[in-house]
Write a protein that binds this ligand. Structure first.
Ligand code: AMP
Ligand code: GLY
Length: 419
């Protein structure tokens, strides 16, 4: 397992049901973490968690030496590392998505970007084409901020090279939903459950976008039938378009949709599981996950994916100052007690040890913006949510922050068990 966050912790736990797992580099909160690099490890299957190494061609390098890899090559990973290319591919595939135009930083294009913005109605949407850890998208009703964001991105001041090419999109409104499919190059097999992420840092969806402050699955407004419809709109057509372009895509496709009054529209593709979406999804898959991923990696994915009807809610505990200026190095307390809460699993994301030594047995300290993923599981969303927040009460470090409204609307919508 390649990666070091909560998603990789969830992956490693689920894979450990049937496989021996090592995690590179992992973190001090994940059993089996090793400083050895992927290419130094001899494994039957390599599962790559984050987009960075995928975009960087790690899957290609491993396949070049005959390894079985779950995760796309750099060509397929461009669906996420180049939003401009993603929009072109999905438009060619006939997937419904917002109207858009792309611009580079040359003066002519910059002027065209400002002019294009003036033709649009709010909300205004300005995206870095390149990778920006989930933070490269501005959505605003204020046209002046949109104009200055165009310049900040194209200048490279806001996001470096990732912003020197931008995508400006028609703004849409509506609830969002994420869906996942496993792909073997030819087939895409849907995970028949929808996930909702809470991307803004503050309660009531306020403040800047983050990598994700919590999530919930399943959703009352996106049942299995709707999942199948949305999946059919996005996954198979895109996989076919990729194949037509010579891209043999083996790994996860993550589709983010907005459910607009005019119908569903694809917002984005990611080339990996969501973090923390994986944390509420992988534990509910009842198939042998290692076999499933190995099948996809080998180009012979045959099984349907079975997901438990249980609900899961993940609350992310983050550090003071996240996402702008995270403060780290504080001792985490209450982890053992929090883990004792019935139905609760805690995945470690941004953690370190006080002495910097992985596996030293010393207490964990905060090591990144999003520190712990507190996941409650139960028969419905309300029960899962209660359990997650019960466990959060046991956790402490100076400046620990979390959203108090994760899955609140979804719990209310499913109250009474009519999920
Ligand atoms: P993305 O990384 O492309 O999914 O964008 C991040 C977030 O920005 C999405 O989850 C939406 O909340 C918002 N967003 C992206 N594109 C649009 C759009 N065309 N209209 C309205 N909101 C959008
Ligand atoms: N939680 C959003 C993402 O992983 O992109």
């Amino acid at each position: 397992m390649v990666g070091q966050g909560g998603r990789e912790h969830a992956f490693a736990s689920a894979l450990a049901a049937t496989a021996d797992v090592v995690v590179t580099p992992g973190n001090p909160g994940i059993a089996g973490s090793t400083p050895a690099t992927a290419t130094e490890i001899d494994a039957d299957l390599y599962v790559i968690g984050p987009e960075g190494p995928l975009a960087d061609g790690l899957a290609d390098r491993l396949r070049a030496v005959g390894r079985l890899v779950f995760g796309p090559g750099a060509d397929g990973a461009a669906l996420e590392s180049s939003k401009a290319w993603m929009k072109e591919v999905v438009s060619a595939a006939g997937v419904p998505t917002a109207g858009y135009a792309t611009f580079a930083s040359e003066p002519v294009q910059r002027r065209a970007a400002h002019a294009y913005l003036e033709t649009l109605a709010p909300p205004y949407v300005i995206k870095t084409s390149g990778l920006a850890a989930g933070k490269g998208v501005l959505v605003t009703d204020d046209v002046a901020s949109a104009h200055s964001d165009i310049d900040a991105k194209l200048d490279g001041t806001a996001f470096g090279d990732a912003g020197r090419r931008i995508v400006i999109e028609e703004g849409m409104r509506g609830p969002e939903v994420s869906l996942f499919a496993l792909c073997d190059g030819r087939r895409a097999v849907l995970l028949p459950t929808a996930v909702r992420d809470h991307k803004r840092v503050g309660d009531g969806d306020t403040g800047p976008n983050t990598g994700g402050m919590g999530c919930v699955s399943p959703l009352a407004d996106v049942d299995r039938a709707v999942c199948a419809e949305l999946g059919a709109l996005a996954f198979e057509p895109t996989l076919a378009e990729l194949a037509r372009r010579g891209v043999d895509y083996r790994g996860v496709l993550y589709a983010g949709f907005m459910l607009t009054p005019d119908g569903p529209r694809l917002l984005e593709f990611n080339v990996r599981f969501g973090d923390p979406e994986a944390q509420v999804t992988l534990p509910r898959i009842t198939n042998d996950l290692a076999l499933l991923l190995a099948g996809a990696a080998a180009g012979e994915l045959s099984d349907e994916i079975i997901v438990s009807d249980d609900a899961m809610v993940c609350v992310v505990c983050a550090v003071e100052g996240y996402p702008a200026a995270p403060r780290t190095g504080d001792v985490i307390s209450g982890l053992e007690r929090a883990r004792e809460v019935d139905g609760v699993t805690i995945f470690c994301a941004g953690v370190g040890t006080a002495d910097g030594q992985a596996g030293s047995g010393g207490s964990l300290v905060t090591g990144g913006g999003r520190v712990l993923n507190v996941c409650g599981r139960g028969p419905d969303v309300a029960a899962a949510r209660d359990r997650a927040y019960q466990a959060v009460q046991h956790l402490h470090w100076p400046g620990m922050t979390y959203r108090t409204d994760i899955a609140a609307a979804e719990a209310a919508a499913t109250a009474g068990g009519n999920r």
